[in-house]
Design a protein around this ligand. Structure first.
Ligand SMILES: [Fe+2]
Length: 350
């Protein structure tokens, strides 16, 4: 739902406009449909308003909910900018014709080609603004790092009874499994997923943070998580988080092969945007140094813009400075999602 704005009567509006003497400033808004679920994002939006005078209205839902809502609303949709947290869902929205291609020299210069949709004659539909890695955490008291330093090994019988993940059908896992399919092929990936199910310590439940905490409590030995959830715990001053951070080890998998799976948070202009110019302005703001720094320091993601200098002690500590990320373009991680969903059903990955 949109945040409630004060109702202004026609008379009051006229008085206000008379006082301000600027009718257009009154009208400057951008309507976001956002799947970014990070409380610290408030600063991101308020800084945009401070810099441009454009008011941000926001609707929060998950990726699938936003795409469904856009479809249902059709031409009447008030959405201007769509913020999603998964490349495959951005690809899906694109394929369903929900986005308006845009031409922005600023965005094309700032965002590397492998972190955005491929351009057509009309322009580019979506851009990634930050990246996150899907990493492994493990219980340092019972698991050796060398036994969990590749995605393949998580399915090895040596790790039986140890693995915890959120639902296999969550976009973060679907995209990881889809990426693995690009490398291993379908038959081997299905065998791998079967091995993951066989190694589970418990049926999938909860979010990524719950998996990390379950490793720290000893219920699980190994878990998959997005990097920012671990970084958030590492930077927390709460004593219970410090205990978690001390107990778990972290691995960026597949450093000796294809690299760690990386996903993006990204944005697109809505097909039926009523404020398309403001939408592009907002996207360009996201590629600017301030917003990019916010992604790194506020939500522990990696800036998509390579030239941005940032310092985040947790990201530094968990990577030792840098890591090898998967070489497939992020637009390809949606390729196998339907097949992966069917595999999950066949192997009983809930
Ligand atoms: Fe998340």
């Amino acid at each position: 739902m949109f945040k409630k704005v004060p109702v202004v009567t026609a008379l009051a509006t006229a008085a206000l406009l008379g006082a301000v003497g600027n009718a257009s400033a009154q009208d400057q808004v951008v309507n976001l449909y956002s799947a970014r679920h990070y409380q610290t994002d408030e600063a991101l939006y308020s800084n945009f308003t401070k810099a441009t005078g454009i008011k941000v209205n926001r609707v929060d839902a998950d990726d699938a909910g936003i795409l469904a809502r856009l479809k249902a609303e059709g031409a009447a949709s008030p959405a201007d900018v769509i913020l999603l947290v998964d490349a495959a869902r951005l690809g899906k929205g694109d394929a369903d014709g929900l986005f308006k291609p845009i031409k922005s020299a600023e965005l094309e210069a700032a965002i590397p080609a492998h972190l955005r949709a491929s351009a057509s004659a009309e322009g580019t539909t979506w851009f990634g603004f930050s990246t996150r890695a899907r990493i492994v955490v493990y219980d340092k008291m019972k698991v050796k790092k060398a036994d969990v330093d590749s995605y393949e090994e998580l399915a090895d019988p040596k790790n039986k009874g140890l693995l915890c993940t959120r639902s296999g059908a969550h976009p973060y896992n679907l995209s990881l499994f889809s990426g693995v399919t690009e490398h291993l092929g379908e038959a081997k990936t299905e065998q791998w997923l079967k091995g993951l199910v066989a190694n589970m310590a418990r049926a999938p439940k909860g979010g990524d943070t719950d998996q990390i905490k379950a490793v720290a409590s000893g219920e699980c030995g190994i878990a998959l998580t997005n990097s920012y959830y671990l970084a958030r715990i590492m930077r927390s001053n709460a004593p219970e988080d410090k205990l978690v951070a001390d107990r778990v080890g972290v691995v960026f998998p597949n450093q000796d092969s294809w690299g760690t799976h990386v996903n993006i948070a990204g944005a697109a202009v809505a097909k039926n945007a009523k404020n398309p110019a403001n939408a592009v302005k907002f996207m360009e703001y996201l590629a600017g140094a301030d917003a990019q720094n916010y992604f790194a320091n506020g939500n522990n993601e990696w800036p998509a813009v390579p030239s941005v200098k940032f310092r985040n002690p947790a990201l530094q500590a968990m990577t030792g400075g840098s890591f090898k990320s998967d070489t497939i373009p992020v637009s390809a991680i949606g390729n196998n999602q339907l097949k992966v969903q069917q595999m999950l059903d066949r192997v009983g990955y809930k």
